[in-house]
Write a protein that binds this ligand. Structure first.
Ligand code: HEC
Ligand code: HEC
Length: 290
């Protein structure tokens, strides 16, 4: 904008403070009325607030105000209420049987929360975040079970572990057929084809035929005549798509050769009985709850 078009300042007389520097005068325009009203209201409000609410520090404490409000006291009370409620739920969890916990929505959601916290801190290292599993560590989110997926089964596995050395642990050991020289390596190759065929994948037919009597003699006790697995032995179903150690022929062969068995620690004694129950409910519900 050019200088000539700029409007001239009004020449009306204005109040000044009388101060002047180099021809610049200090105006003394009164404050707008609305502004003053808001200002007075805030002053009145602050006085009311000092009277009603805790406000001024003193040498020994502070002014408590007529309303005696205290955030700290409220937090303490809320925590008290919560711990009473938790204590009650914890006691209920301890005495209720597992089925009853799942049937009671309040108790179940308490168990799920407690179970999730304990799982994240203690189980996820092996079973993966949320229990998704990894090679050698079973997925706990599907309904495929080595040792049984009923609430009581899961509870027992968590309490005593698998091959944990505890007297009540779940035990069973697949023999190391190759390493211990029970079977010859040709027989193990044939069995590898046999197991591959069990899960309905293409395999050398002659090898499968040769392996059938060896399977019947050596493997049926634990894996069952049709390869469906036996939960009392912790022996997996060999006919499904779910593999603990891997589905490839080399993984299968290596398992028949070495007969490795996973170790799951026992948690009784490390956790309270409530926590173990909460974990059993958490695992059971997450896996589909059958
Ligand atoms: C050190 C590793 C490790 C930790 C930690 C661990 N587990 Fe396991 N868990 C295993 C292994 C390995 C198996 C499989 C055992 C087998 O091969 O039979 C297993 C099996 C299980 C099973 C049985 C699965 C089935 O198919 O029958 C359950 C249930 C289970 N774990 C729950 C838990 C819970 C709950 C925790 C935490 C409190 C936990 N695990 C912590 C290693 C672990
Ligand atoms: C004493 C019982 C027992 C006998 C006998 C046995 N197994 Fe097993 N087998 C198991 C157990 C238990 C597991 C699971 C190991 C684990 O949980 O870590 C297993 C796992 C396997 C796996 C791995 C499956 C997977 O999901 O990764 C294969 C393959 C297998 N067995 C094949 C055989 C064959 C073939 C024979 C016969 C030559 C045989 N087993 C004999 C108990 C047995």
């Amino acid at each position: 904008m050019s200088a000539s078009k700029r409007p001239k300042p009004p020449a009306a007389p204005v109040e000044t403070t009388g101060h002047e520097w180099d021809g610049i005068r200090e105006l003394d325009t009164p404050l707008p009325r609305w502004w003053l009203i808001v200002w007075y209201i805030t002053i009145l409000f602050s006085i009311g607030y000092w009277i009603a609410m805790p406000a001024w520090p003193g040498l020994k404490g502070y002014t408590h105000g007529l309303l005696h409000r205290s955030d700290r006291a409220e937090v303490v009370k809320a925590l008290d209420d919560l711990s009473v409620q938790r204590g009650l739920l914890g006691k209920k969890l301890l005495t209720a049987d597992l089925k009853a916990i799942e049937a009671d929505p309040e108790l179940q959601s308490y168990a799920m929360a407690a179970g999730q916290a304990a799982f994240g801190d203690n189980c996820a290292t092996c079973h993966g975040a949320g229990g998704a599993g990894a090679a050698g560590y079973p997925n706990l989110r599907d309904d495929v079970w080595l040792w049984g997926g009923g609430l009581e089964d899961i509870h027992r596995t968590i309490q005593h572990g698998v091959r944990s050395g505890r007297p009540d642990a779940r035990v069973s050991m697949m023999p190391a057929f190759g390493r211990d020289g029970v079977l010859k390596s040709g027989e193990i190759n044939d069995l590898t084809a046999y197991v591959t065929a069990l899960s309905r994948r293409p395999a050398d037919r002659a090898a499968v035929r040769r392996a059938a009597p060896i399977y019947a003699q050596q493997c049926v006790v634990c894996h069952g005549p049709a390869g469906k697995g036996v939960q009392a032995m912790g022996a997996p179903d060999l006919t499904d798509q779910d593999w603990l150690y891997g589905s490839s022929p080399s993984a299968i062969q290596q398992q028949i050769w070495n007969g490795q068995g996973g170790v799951m620690p026992a948690w009784q004694g490390r956790f309270s009985e409530e926590t173990i129950k909460a974990l059993a409910v958490y695992v059971h519900v997450n896996a589909g709850g059958r």
